[in-house]
Design a protein around this ligand. Structure first.
Ligand code: ZN
Length: 554
C-alpha cells in the first residue's frame, strides 16, 4: 500500500499536535492534567471530567489489536484490496482506540489479541500512523473494554414522570412507494406516492395533515434524501403547524419520535412522516456522469479518524466490532449466516421484496467476501423507495379507517461514546442505549414480544440488537440464532418478517415500522405472525438509534 493516496483529514486546531508529532515519527496523545486520562480524538475538554487543562504526551506506540477486518472491496482509489483495517488499543490507556492499518504481515495472520507497535508511513506530503506486529505472544486476556455492555444496559436514566408521551399517540396510516433496484425516477415522486398511500390508508385527506417530519432532511447527499420537508411542502402546500427534518435525531425513527412528541404536546393532530432513499439511482446517475459525487477534498469529522486508513464503508467499521464479538464470545460466521438465510426465506413470502430467491447456509458461505467477516449476503440491498407513516393523537385515532397501532414505549437514550471508533467494540455502537432506555419505559419484557423487526444494514447489527434488547444474554446471540428455527416465521421470535433490509431492501429504518403496523393489523398475508400483539422495532445504530415497542389495539 506504499503507493496509496490516503484521504487527508481536516485538521482542527486541537488536533494539530497529533499530526505534527506523527510527521516527526512520534505518537502523541492528548492528556488530561486533572484526571490523568488520555483523551482521543483531541478536543477542547476532557470527555471524562470536563477539565479544560489539557496537554499531550508521547506514548510508547505499543498496542493490542481488538478488532480487524480484511477488506476485499475497492472503496477508495489508492487502496488496493485486500488490506487490513484494524482497531488497536494503547497499552497506556486501553480506553484509547485508534483506527489504523496493520501492515508488514500476511492479512490472514492478523487476529484479535495480536501485539503491535506503531510505525510511520509517508504518503506524499503527509505521514500516517500504522501498526506492525511485534512478534510478541498474545496476552492471556483481552484488554478491558472501554464500554462494558452489561454495565451499559443497566445504566438507563429512570423515567422523569409516569405520564408517558407514548400513551397519547398512535400510528394510523402507512404507505410505501414502488420499490426497486434502479428506478431512475425523481425521489420526490416516490415520496409523494408513499405519502398519498399513507394518508389514504388512514382514511384522512391531505388537508388533515398538520405536521411533517423526515430524516435526514434536505442536505443529505448521495441518494439519501428526497429533498426534505422543503421539497415536500413545496409540492403539497399543507401549511403544517410544525415540521422537522435533520440528521441529529435518534436514527431514522427519530423523525417518528419527534412527531410523537409534537402530537403529544398538542401541537399537531396528524403528522406525516416520510423517509426516501434512492441510492441505487444516485449511484447510477454518477456512473453516467449526470451527477457529481458530493464532498471530495479533505475528510471532516467524524470520518477523519477512520477514512484515511481505508474505512470507505460502515461495513469496515462494523466488521471490526464483529471480529471482537467473535473473539470474545466465540461467535462464528454461521450466526450471521442464519440471520441472512432467515431474511431471504421471509422475503420469499413478501411480493414487495427486492430479492426473493431463498438461499442456503452453504450458498451464504459461497458468496464473495466484502470485508471479513462480512460477505455479500451480510450487507443490505441499496434500493429506491419511500415509506410514509402517520402519527396521530390517540384520541383522534379511534375513528379512522383502520384500527390504530399503539405505542407502548420508545427508547432513545445515548449511553455510549458517539465517535465510531472510541466506544463499544463488542456490538454495533449505539444499540445498547436505546435498548436499555426502551425497557425502562415499559412493564413489558422481551418475553412479551411476538415479533422483532431489527435494523439489519448488516447481519451483525441484528445480532447486536438481539443481545442489546435482552432476547438472549450478551455474547449468546450466536446460540440464539443457530439453526434458524427460533427466528423463523412460526418460531419463538420471528425476525424481520418482511425480509429485512438484507432482502426486502434498504428502506433505511422506516420499512421496519411499516412491517410492524402490517403485522399488528394482521395484514401480512403469507408471512403473517399468528396473533401478533407486540412488536419491537429498531433503527439506526452506529449513529444514534431508537427502539419502539408497538402493540395491537385492544
Ligand atoms: Zn479529565
Amino acid at each position: 500500500m506504499s503507493d496509496a493516496r490516503r484521504p487527508r483529514p481536516y485538521v482542527m486546531p486541537e488536533a494539530q499536535f497529533f499530526w505534527d508529532a506523527v510527521a516527526d515519527e512520534e505518537l502523541r496523545i492528548q492528556h488530561c492534567d486533572d484526571c490523568d486520562s488520555l483523551v482521543h480524538p483531541p478536543k477542547p475538554v476532557c470527555h471524562y471530567c470536563h477539565s479544560t487543562a489539557q496537554s499531550n504526551v508521547v506514548v510508547s506506540g505499543d498496542a493490542t489489536v481488538v478488532g480487524y477486518t480484511v477488506n476485499h472491496q475497492q472503496w477508495l482509489p489508492g487502496f488496493t484490496p485486500p488490506y487490513v483495517m484494524a482497531m488497536v488499543v494503547l497499552d497506556e490507556d486501553p480506553r484509547v482506540h485508534l483506527m489504523t492499518n496493520v501492515v508488514g504481515c500476511d492479512p490472514d495472520e492478523v487476529h484479535v489479541g495480536m501485539r503491535v507497535r506503531v510505525a510511520f508511513e509517508p504518503d506524499g506530503d503527509w505521514t500516517f500512523p500504522v501498526f506492525r506486529p511485534t512478534g510478541a505472544p498474545d496476552a492471556a486476556e483481552l484488554p478491558p473494554l472501554a464500554v462494558d455492555p452489561v454495565e451499559t444496559l443497566r445504566s438507563a436514566r429512570p423515567m422523569v414522570t409516569t405520564d408517558k408521551y407514548e400513551d397519547k399517540v398512535a400510528l394510523t396510516g402507512i404507505g410505501m412507494s414502488r420499490l426497486g433496484r434502479r428506478l431512475m425516477v425523481d425521489p420526490l415522486e416516490l415520496t409523494l406516492e408513499a405519502c398519498r398511500a399513507a394518508v389514504a390508508d388512514a382514511g384522512l385527506t391531505m388537508a388533515d395533515i398538520d405536521g411533517l417530519s423526515t430524516y435526514p432532511g434536505s442536505t443529505a447527499p448521495g441518494g439519501h434524501s428526497e429533498g426534505g420537508v422543503t421539497l415536500v411542502e413545496s409540492a403539497l402546500r399543507l401549511q403544517p403547524t410544525w415540521h422537522n427534518g435533520g440528521m441529529e435525531l435518534p436514527g431514522q425513527g427519530g423523525a417518528i419520535v419527534a412527531a410523537m412528541l409534537a402530537v403529544a404536546a398538542g401541537l399537531c393532530r396528524h403528522v406525516l412522516c416520510f423517509r426516501t432513499v434512492w441510492e441505487a439511482t444516485a449511484t447510477e446517475r454518477m456512473r453516467q456522469g449526470l451527477d457529481r459525487p458530493h464532498g471530495g477534498g479533505r475528510v471532516a469529522p467524524p470520518m477523519d479518524w477512520s477514512l484515511p486508513w481505508g474505512a470507505g464503508s460502515a461495513a469496515n467499521v462494523l466488521a471490526l466490532n464483529a471480529s471482537h464479538h467473535f473473539a470474545r464470545y466465540g461467535t462464528t460466521r454461521e450466526a450471521l449466516g442464519w440471520i441472512a438465510v432467515n431474511a431471504r426465506a421471509n422475503a420469499a413470502r413478501n411480493p414487495d421484496a427486492i430479492y426473493r430467491e431463498p438461499f442456503t447456509l452453504d450458498e451464504y458461505f459461497d458468496a464473495r467476501m466484502i470485508t471479513t467477516p462480512f460477505g455479500l449476503y451480510d450487507c443490505d440491498v441499496p434500493c429506491d423507495g419511500s415509506v410514509a407513516v402517520i402519527v396521530s393523537r390517540a384520541d383522534a385515532a379511534a375513528d379512522l379507517r383502520r384500527p390504530p397501532v399503539l405505542v407502548e414505549a420508545v427508547g432513545t437514550q445515548i449511553l455510549e461514546p458517539l465517535e465510531w471508533e472510541q466506544g463499544t467494540i463488542t456490538h454495533e455502537p449505539q444499540v445498547l442505549g436505546p435498548s436499555a432506555h426502551l425497557w425502562s419505559r415499559s412493564s413489558l419484557t422481551p418475553a412479551d414480544v411476538d415479533l422483532a423487526l431489527l435494523y439489519d444494514g448488516f447481519s451483525f447489527n441484528c445480532l447486536s440488537w438481539l443481545e442489546g434488547l435482552g432476547f438472549c444474554g450478551i455474547g449468546e446471540g450466536g446460540d440464539f440464532v443457530a439453526g434458524g428455527t427460533r427466528i423463523a416465521l412460526g418460531g419463538e421470535l420471528p425476525l424481520n418478517t418482511h425480509g429485512g433490509q438484507l432482502s426486502h431492501g434498504r428502506t433505511h429504518g422506516f420499512g421496519f415500522v411499516h412491517e410492524a403496523v402490517t403485522q399488528l393489523r394482521g395484514d401480512a398475508g403469507d408471512r403473517q405472525v399468528a396473533d401478533a400483539e407486540v412488536a419491537v422495532v429498531t433503527n439506526g445504530g452506529l449513529t444514534p438509534g431508537s427502539a419502539f415497542l408497538f402493540t395491537r389495539s385492544r
